[in-house]
Design a protein around this ligand. Structure first.
Ligand SMILES: Nc1ncnc2c1ncn2[C@@H]1O[C@H](COP(=O)(O)OP(=O)(O)OP(=O)(O)O)[C@@H](O)[C@H]1O
Ligand SMILES: [Mg+2]
Length: 184
């Protein structure tokens, strides 16, 4: 496991901005597993991911359709947005009869913890938390597998609107600190 980072998300816009940064890092075949209680911000983060990837929106909660495909507007992979809330067992995207595959798309799964892990050995796990006392929101981003042991790509820096070269320290610490997260 590499590159575990925490982000403070005081405003809706911060959640979207983190999503945009992550969206700029994602390639075909990537899996993002979103965990967090009801209303924690999973769909909001996915909206940002969609913006960062340059896919066609709008991204809304897919609760009643289980999955939606958002095709790219920039010649990149499609975004497959899945809501696993109502799924009982392990997630088999083949069963959903989507017109795309995990290898060709970026798959983002809300409520995916414990269900979506079999889709890919490499995955980005994002846990969204809301402190019940203070309502402070945070995201913890954790890359699992060799895919995420690499530093962020130029795409991520472009999405972040900066051409700043990461310092040697942040490269060594994993791919997410460069996005402004606190190591944890
Ligand atoms: N960082 C934030 N600060 C304040 N409000 C936020 C933040 N992120 C999201 N919200 C708000 O919280 C509400 C729920 O967000 P969202 O639908 O993204 O959550 P969710 O985790 O997808 O919910 P569900 O569990 O129903 O799928 C929305 O009104 C959204 O605007
Ligand atoms: Mg949602």
């Amino acid at each position: 496991m590499t590159g575990r980072c925490r982000f403070d998300l005081p405003r809706v816009e911060d959640t979207r901005a983190l999503g945009r940064l992550l969206g700029g890092m994602l390639h075909a075949g990537d899996l993002v597993v979103l965990t967090g209680s009801l209303g924690a911000g999973k769909t909001t983060l996915t909206q940002g991911i969609a913006e960062g990837m340059g896919v066609r929106g709008p991204v809304t909660s897919p609760t009643f359709v289980i999955a939606r495909i958002h095709p790219s507007t920039v010649g990149g992979p499609a975004l497959v947005h899945v809501d696993a809330y109502r799924l009982g067992g392990g997630l088999e995207l083949d069963d959903l009869d989507l017109d795309t595959s995990v290898d060709d798309s970026v798959t983002v799964v809300e409520w995916g913890h414990g269900l979506a892990e079999d889709l890919s050995e490499d995955r980005l796990e994002v846990v969204l938390d809301v402190d019940p006392a203070t309502e402070a929101r945070t995201a913890t981003v954790c890359g699992v597998g060799g895919r995420w042991s690499q530093p962020t790509t130029d795409g991520a820096r472009a999405a972040a609107g900066t051409t700043r070269e990461p310092s040697g320290a942040s490269r060594a610490a994993g791919p997410f600190e460069e996005l402004g997260g606190q190591p944890c």
